[in-house]
Write a protein of this length. Structure first.
Length: 361
């Protein structure tokens, strides 16, 4: 980090870097040394605090392409800071990395980490397209690394309970998925541009709901979608702020209706499954069982505080080979196929089978 440094990363940071490296060498051997790549909202508000509180991992470096962020966070956290993954890898060898960057920046970062055998907790989505998902899968399978896609809703107790309680509602007939929030404005950064983000609310926040849908029910056989990006007329953006999707499962006859939006109030997050004997509603912080007349019969609340920490501990165990990686790239290929099928469906104005897109690769 001492060659080609921007002027605002000073010698004192480099000295901190040296002492932090020494601290890194003194870390408990069993602990994973994890670097954090991308110093935006998700890493600074969620992953770094979880890492700081973990007994099984230690933060060993921070990386961001923005020199001010690197300078400030390296000082704040007393770890070495780097302006790129390449620069970091010249000096240190982390055991693993948590990567949260704009969606178009992941591939070269993962390629560099995979080449050095460094496992990755990658923020969702797996990829912007099936083509990119394939590249990531190839990188991971040709190296010896573990890559886990971060979808923290899987770590709610109620998300796990859903799979048990589904047995109480008879034959599933209909799924309604809804995730709406009004962000109040429109990002003019990487999220607004389709090429850098891969899309809007569907691939961004909607990815969590697609994850639950595919995890519980598998990949639908037909999807039809329509999108809108007109909520903020004064701002030019091309990534959708509303997604309306119909999805069907051939074998079971199960039908699904999905509404995702980042410009729609009130705030809501739910996956409702209606069955012949009752219904089950998985909401952001609860699971509710309804009887046949939609009268609430049981309700379970869940704590959301520890999801990121629980996900991190799971990732550590995945890296150590102690547990199975149920968020591996192969598992998330279906999510990307679903999303690609939605965008293609809107373009062609017809139902698309996401399996066909996977088979055509
Ligand atoms: N799991 C969740 O609930 C959740 C929530 C928010 C964001 N995310 C995901 O986290 C990721 C990042 O989102 P965010 O909101 O933190 O974005 P952000 O824009 O706040 O931060 C991105 C950071 O990456 C840095 N960066 C850009 N290119 C880089 C590169 N090549 N190398 C290193 N750093 C680079 C930027 O300077 C910025 O600091 C996205 O994949 C997003 O979908 C997940």
């Amino acid at each position: 980090m001492n060659s080609g440094l921007p002027n605002n990363i000073s010698q004192s940071t480099i000295e901190k870097t040296d002492s932090a490296n020494t601290a890194g060498r003194l870390r408990k051997k069993a602990n994973l040394a994890i670097c954090v790549i991308g110093l935006g909202v998700q890493n600074t508000q969620n992953h770094i605090p979880a890492l700081s509180n973990s007994d099984n991992a230690e933060l060993c470096a921070v990386v961001d392409s923005d020199p001010d962020k690197v300078f400030n966070w390296a000082q704040e956290l007393n770890v070495p800071g780097f302006l790129s993954v390449e620069q970091m890898l010249l000096q240190i060898s982390p055991d693993a990395a948590i990567v949260a960057v704009p969606h178009d920046q992941y591939l070269p970062i993962i390629a560099n980490l995979a080449a050095k055998g460094i496992s990755v907790l990658k923020e969702k989505p797996l990829a912007r397209s099936l083509c990119e998902a394939n590249d990531i899968i190839r990188l991971v399978s040709s190296s010896n690394i573990k890559l886990m896609v971060a979808v923290q809703r899987r770590f709610r107790t109620t998300s796990l309970m859903f799979q048990e309680y589904v047995k109480l509602i008879g034959t599933p007939r209909f799924i309604e998925v809804r995730y709406t929030v009004n962000v109040g404005t429109r990002s003019e950064g990487w999220r607004a541009i389709k090429n850098t983000s891969g899309g809007g609310c569907l691939i961004d926040m909607g990815y969590h709901m697609i994850d639950l849908l595919v995890w519980y029910f598998g990949l639908p056989d037909a999807v039809a979608a329509s999108f809108s990006c007109k909520a903020f007329p004064d701002i030019l953006y091309e990534a959708e702020d509303m997604a309306f999707i119909v999805a069907n499962y051939k074998a079971s006859g199960l039908a699904c209706n999905i509404v995702i939006s980042d410009c729609l109030a009130p705030k809501s997050e739910s996956l409702l499954l209606m069955g012949t004997e009752g219904s089950l509603a998985l909401q952001r912080d609860s699971l509710i069982l309804f009887d046949r007349n939609m009268v609430e019969s049981q309700r379970f609340d869940t704590q959301l505080d520890n999801l990121i920490a629980d996900q991190l501990e799971h990732f550590i165990q995945v890296v150590q080979g102690k547990v199975q990686n149920h968020c591996a790239p192969e598992n998330h290929l279906q999510h990307v196929a679903f999303i690609d099928a939605c965008y293609l469906s809107a373009l062609r104005q017809k139902f698309i089978d996401p399996h066909d897109l996977i088979n055509a690769m």
